[in-house]
Write a protein of this length. Sequence first.
Length: 118
Amino acid sequence: MPGPKASFIKLLNHGTRRTSAKKRLTEDPTSRYLLVTSASLNYPINKIGVRSPGSWPQQGKTPVKLAGEGDHIARRVAIIGGKDDDALKYRIKDLLIDRFRVPGARWEECLGKLRKAA
């Protein structure tokens, strides 16, 4: 079974129906990739773990293999681990309404569009 780094690199490269995260990150230098999982994060992937959407890992915390994919990609990748769907949904709701000024009546529509685009 591959280790966490290899599995994560494989995940970044995965994509047939949708464009892979690596391709999106390579083609659009302003894009970011946030993976959300209910699993806990193990070393060394936990170095790019964040607590909530809108947060990004500190510079220099990227695991070597991920950094090997290119610094231009590595510093725009983060993982939220150990979160259940409900907690994350309401954190995203707060961000959409408070930070991005999405009207309260339309945040679920906006969340749907974000999921579709992901």
